[in-house]
Design a protein around this ligand. Structure first.
Ligand code: SAH
Length: 213
């Protein structure tokens, strides 16, 4: 597993590209600049690793587009030390970006093949989530709640209530909501009972699947 000057150069250009597309937070840009995205992709796609595109990974899933990862991370307003829950570990790329920023990360994946693969792979690169869980993201992770932030990396047909309930006051849930296409939606918990909702445009994700599927 190598990270060469060529890869580093390509990453620099990707970071410039993301800046032009409107990503402003420096800690997010630095993290994208640091994570070797080519190592998260099947070898056939390595040359495309630093294009701003989504790509197929194992089990019919995708590694999200860098712009989407950057935008969701920015909307989560994370800082070092925050306790974050990710739904949809997938390749582990989004997890690595969050860990690069220095969060304490819990991440859930429902697809066993991907779970096993990423569970072995991430620590090899030095990225260590506090826990990687094989389970259903719709129910969140009650025993570790509350979280400073929850990020959902698959398209949710509706907003699962347990995720809102597991936020700290002031915490944020960043979730793409919709069926065929999704609206990036941010809920900020204002009090025990109040949430503020903001919307940030259209995205396209693979679906957040319910267990019965
Ligand atoms: N964050 C990932 C994106 C992966 S795509 C990355 O950076 O590569 C979305 C992932 O969500 C897929 O791996 C899919 O298996 C997973 N997923 C779908 N439904 C889920 C659910 N109910 N609970 C947890 N993970 C789920």
């Amino acid at each position: 597993m190598k990270d060469t000057f060529t890869h580093q150069g390509m990453r620099k250009r990707l970071v410039e590209n993301l800046k032009k597309k409107g990503i402003a937070s420096q800690n997010v840009l630095d993290a994208i600049g640091a994570v070797p995205r080519h190592l998260f992709m099947d070898s056939g796609f390595i040359h495309h690793a630093y294009e701003d595109k989504a790509f197929p990974i194992a089990a019919d899933q995708t590694i999200s587009q860098p712009y989407t990862v950057a935008r969701q991370t920015e909307l989560l307003s994370v800082k070092k030390g925050d306790k974050i829950l990710e739904i949809g570990t997938g390749s582990g790329y989004q997890a690595a970006v969050l860990l690069e920023i220095g969060v304490t990360l819990f991440t859930i994946e429902r697809q066993n093949e991907l779970f096993k693969k990423t569970n072995l792979f991430l620590p090899k690169l030095g990225y260590k989530p506090k826990r990687m869980i094989f389970g259903d993201g719709y129910i969140g992770l009650e025993e570790e709640a509350p979280f400073d932030g929850i990020i959902v990396t698959a398209g949710a047909p509706y907003v699962p209530n347990p995720l809102l309930a597991q936020l700290k006051i002031g915490g944020k849930l960043v979730i793409p909501v919709g069926d065929k296409t999704q609206i990036m939606t941010v809920f900020t918990r204002k009090s025990e009972t109040e949430f503020e909702k903001e919307e940030y445009g259209e995205f396209r994700f693979v679906p957040l699947l319910e267990d019965k599927n």
